[in-house]
Design a protein around this ligand. Sequence first.
Ligand code: ZN
Ligand code: ZN
Length: 136
Amino acid sequence: MAGRVRRCAYIFCTEPLPVTSRSDKRFCSPACKQADRRWRRHQAEAVAIGLWYRLGIETEHVVRCPACGKRFALGHGHRRDAVYCGPACRQAAYRERKRVREAITTPSNVTAPGTRSTRLTSEKTLELVGAARTAA
Ligand SMILES: [Zn+2]
Ligand SMILES: [Zn+2]
């Protein structure tokens, strides 16, 4: 066999290209072609954000994860409005919130609806008082 085996140009794919493929074919599949484009865009963005951060521009793109304190750049594999550095921290924060919420609501489960209706009642009372004052 002449020449070395050509492989898919996508960095995470090691599939050899079929020997019958055209010489300008670089990816084993359309999925790899798309993944490669995404990967390159991601890399470019990561480099740009890193550069901006070092230059002191666009520092708002770098935030500190409230769960673990790690600094991370928004847009670098994260949503622009991401709060946590990753799914693990988001999960941890969600669990923590849930735990706190349950701790707050569980003992007052019985009184909670009553509190609401009391407030509604007092609002209603104020309204009636106001109406009475207007009428008087
Ligand atoms: Zn591939
Ligand atoms: Zn984190």
